[in-house]
Design a protein around this ligand. Structure first.
Ligand code: ZN
Length: 201
């Protein structure tokens, strides 16, 4: 058993913080110490924010987003185009698209990607729910904003197959040169994809 420098309560705080993505035991100790030092301005508001989040956050039954209301604020927003559904793998990806402000549409969170190696099949993802939304009518375009990984693309093909019988356009994000990117630093696959998907100037 490794020796501990703090009491069991503080050790517990460190252990829990160490489970956060991007934090190892060392950064967790630093974070814990920081929180304890900033007890009134950080630790207490954070504890309260976490308590409220735990109590109020729900998964949207329409799109799979997380929010404090169901349907979520995006699904309930009358200013968004209900005829376009952007399909994403995770809520993190939804947040990324919202940060970019690229589109004012509705979303559908799959909850992962198909991955036979990890035992993730179609029934593990919210694909049937997406098909049901499309079948209900009023959708003219489904944008597959899945990651440009092998599993992401396999999932995109599978979802496209599920939607072929409906009269709508299925599109996917372009693959290519990132904004501000330099050709010399890109991998061959990205350059090849960018060349294939070139657009008129
Ligand atoms: Zn929603």
């Amino acid at each position: 058993m490794p020796s501990t420098v703090a009491g069991p309560e503080i050790e517990r705080l460190i252990q829990l913080l160490a489970r956060l993505p991007g934090l190892g035991p060392r950064s967790a100790r630093r974070a814990a110490l920081h929180l304890i030092r900033k007890r009134e301005t950080l630790l207490m508001p954070l504890a309260e924010a976490m308590r409220v989040a735990e109590e109020k956050i729900v998964t949207c039954s329409v799109c799979g987003n997380i929010d404090t209301r169901d349907p979520c604020s995006i699904c309930a927003d009358p200013g968004r185009d209900p005829s376009t559904i952007v399909v994403v793998e995770s809520v993190g990806d939804l947040w990324a698209l919202e940060r970019a402000g690229a589109i004012r549409a509705r979303y559908h969170v799959l909850g992962g990607v198909l991955s036979p190696l990890d035992g993730v099949g179609p029934s593990d993802l919210a694909i049937a729910l997406l098909v049901a939304r499309v079948a209900a009518g009023g959708v003219s375009e489904v944008i597959l904003a899945v990651n440009a990984t092998v599993d992401g693309q396999t999932t995109a093909h599978y979802v496209t197959d599920c939607l072929t019988e409906y009269p709508l356009k299925v599109t996917r994000l372009a693959h290519g040169v990132p904004v501000g990117g330099e050709l010399d630093y890109l991998d061959d696959g990205t350059i090849a994809a960018a060349m294939r998907q070139r657009t008129a100037f």
